[in-house]
Design a protein around this ligand. Sequence first.
Ligand code: SF4
Length: 314
Amino acid sequence: MQNGTYSWGHDRRYNDFPTYFRALFSERVQKVSIDAGFTCPNRDGTKGTGGCAYCNNKTFKPTYCNLENSVTSQVEKGIAFFARKYKSMRFLAYFQAYTNTYAPIEDLKRLYEEALEHPKVVGLVISTRPDCIYPELLDYLAELSKKVYVMVELGVESHLDRTLDSINRGHSFAEAAWAIEETAKRGINNCAHMILGLPGETREELLDQAKTISKLPVKNLKLHQLQIHKNTLLEKQFQQHPENFDLYTADEYIDLVIDYLELLNPEIIVERFISQAPPEMLIAPKWGLKNFEFVAKVEKRLKERDTWQGKRFI
Ligand code: SF4
């Protein structure tokens, strides 16, 4: 740190996504969530049928071939919601539900480009599994990245294959590392999504994760605490063997996040620390904290501990 400013150019104690994003776009930018009717190879039998142990996306829904609400109408509805408040706001179409690259490439192009047709949409955020991207798609997204903002959000979840096996992810960490390398190589913004607190992972292993992630060209990072949702395999396992779960209290998790940040490469932009499941879906842990409240607590603790992202990064 020099003259009150960290290597990321401001005096917040971590390289936070909102500040980065405000600098990138001159106007306010908001994500608009799109369900384009994709399914998931870990549910339709290609990789598996049960899905990931923590996932409860089980309800039937129309496919991308016969969407009830077209991408255009979802974009328009989402924009209308925010545009009343902020007239000059711009939007990113967030392809969020299930695996948003799991379709033939011509269908993907049609759906992504339909979202980009709206004059207020300035880019795409595409959430997917690391094993559902491939060179032809990456080359297309690299071309698109030259014209609009594109972020590929990758469900990495853990750096340990034994954990990925036990939660039935159906892919390895090497596949996630490949996806991170290949997006970065082509100039596509990537985001690694990690879950902290999966069964069987110790605190030391989670801190090793920060070191492992730091060695990869990860542009953005989303950390989430493990949450047990209703109607998931994890819920059953939790009811049968609660002793196998080491769920953090909010205070313990704050200190874990700070220890993790200290080891993290300062170039990685941190987008989130927690997720918030709707209360009616959540079994545990019930912290009752909103994202902005958690961020304020992390910032306060960073100051108390007089530390910052990358302080112990080697
Ligand atoms: S979490 Fe994602 S990859 Fe896993 S089963 Fe659910 S939709 Fe599929």
